[in-house]
Design a protein around this ligand. Structure first.
Ligand SMILES: [Zn+2]
Length: 186
């Protein structure tokens, strides 16, 4: 996994929920806790501008061009160059994968490093039983793929047999009708 450094990281003291989308009253987050949210737009920016200064410069340039485009100054809270430390309420509201976002937060608390990939979301509720079955079967995804392929092959053979059976029945029907009508009465 690639990481980038977050200069807002501080090696001492506790944190606060700094998610603007979270309705909590800036809930205090003790050292080592909370959840780290890395947005896809931040990853897109940091892939092209790995250094903090370069990313800030690019964001400022984008904001200027937006202002020129719209003809009036826009709010400057637009855009981020780094991660957001989020409380559990905020993480749930964003639908984050709590296990991964929590592990990312722990790593960030220790090192100030942020994964260069968007924080994964929790599986949707209707997908959860499937995901649970997948993990219960173990991490052998290659074997799962093979089973999948074999199941597909099995399906193909069944389909072929059904098609042959259908053609046979149709042939018999045609022969029977032909006899009734007298096609072969010569
Ligand atoms: Zn919060």
């Amino acid at each position: 996994m690639q990481y980038f450094h977050d200069p807002s990281w501080h090696p001492i003291g506790d944190g606060r929920c700094s998610d603007n989308n979270c309705p909590c009253p800036e809930t205090p987050i003790p050292r080592g806790e909370g959840y780290l949210y890395v947005g896809p737009e931040v990853v897109e920016l940091r892939l092209q501008h790995p250094s903090h200064e370069s990313a800030v410069g690019e964001l400022a340039a984008r904001m200027r061009s937006m202002q020129v485009g719209m003809g009036f100054p826009v709010a400057t809270s637009f855009g981020r160059v780094g991660p957001v430390l989020v409380c559990e309420e905020g993480a749930r509201l964003r639908g984050l994968n709590l296990r991964i976002a929590g592990a990312d937060a722990k790593h960030w608390w220790r090192t100030g490093e942020v994964p260069l990939r968007a924080t994964p979301l929790a599986p949707a509720a209707w997908l959860r039983p499937m995901a649970a079955r997948g993990t219960a079967r173990g991490p052998s995804s290659a074997a799962d793929d093979r089973h999948h392929v074999e199941a597909k092959k099995g399906g193909g053979v069944l389909l072929l047999l059904a098609a042959i059976g259908f053609l046979l029945v149709m042939a018999l029907v045609v022969v029977a009708i032909g006899e009734q009508i007298g096609w072969w009465s010569f």
